[in-house]
Design a protein around this ligand. Sequence first.
Ligand code: SF4
Ligand code: SF4
Ligand code: SF4
Length: 369
Amino acid sequence: MNRRKFLTILGTAGVASAMSTARVAEAGGGVHMFPYWENSYGVLHDTTRCIGCRRCEEGCNKVNNLPKPKKPFADLTVCNTRRRTSAYEWTVVNKYSVDGKPVFRKLQCFHCNDPACAAACFAKCFSKNADGSVTYDGTQCVGCRYCMIACPFYMPGFQYDEAFDPLVQKCTFCAPRLKEGKLPGCVEACPMDALTFGRRSDLIKLARARIKDHPDKYLDYIYGEWDAGGTAWMVLGPKASTPPPAGSHGDGEMKALGLDTQIGNRPVAELTYGALGAVPMIVAFWPVLFGGAYAMTKRKEAIHKAEQEAVEKQAKDDVTTALDAAVRKIEETQGQPAADAARKAMTEALKSREALDSCHASSDHGEGK
Ligand code: SF4
Ligand code: SF4
Ligand code: SF4
């Protein structure tokens, strides 16, 4: 990271943060910090139609000029591994099991209505656009990877192998193609009509009609209609012939597809931003927390348990030290009440993150960990 670029960004971020804070206040409590675009687009993935052919992966790779994968797209055995998206694989198809039968689900950025990645990025690299896409512009990116920590679906990837100016990468919803009136590459490539592109509101109606017409086939749950505050990309799942155990919320099938049904209906952005954005001056101390944030990212990448524990402990120590240093500085320059408010806001933000992490740790979807 270039120091001059970094300091310039800090200046910009201070202004942007103050402006966004005003928008949250106007909204009367900050439930939604991004405007809702009524006519925005989305994609419905009907997992009952998906055959795990990986044509969508291939289509994405082609239209986005991504590097060729190690194993060819014709090799369908890779679906047996719970893969995550990466900087070079913006979508992957994994195999799950419902009722003992294989079900395939495509993973990519959900293009959240209130994207946590955008809320967490103080350099304002992410935009929620009127077409429904959440896009990233790396020109201001400082590589802090806070967006990666904030995303509840663990979707953005980082170009770790790029020595010079590595960037965050994720599915763009093929925003450039949408502008040209074309379908997203993955949707165009799907031979099974498992991916339907359209207005989000129409897709919800379509999903409801499928559930109504085939109550024995579909689970009565459109994942993404409300989850995480609503997402542009949504999922329909199969209904198990064996009813879910008594006392469950009828979401066992979605859980079996690796989807987090405990994520809640409030935008995750609200947790990230409500706590951190409420005190704009914290932005000035953000870099102090980078070390901790980076270590927390590393924690997820660590493979061995002992290594995980050591990295996690180090991350917690780093964050505590950084938080104490930031609060001391605020106390010196702004006084005790400001320091108390800052400590409270930062502690709440860290707790929100920990709550999300433990939620993911206790769920059984391997690719999220
Ligand atoms: S899924 Fe993650 S990366 Fe995509 S918009 Fe939502 S928070 Fe951002
Ligand atoms: S919308 Fe475009 S970028 Fe996103 S997964 Fe599909 S092909 Fe890839
Ligand atoms: S191309 Fe369609 S059917 Fe094939 S794996 Fe992707 S979503 Fe499923």
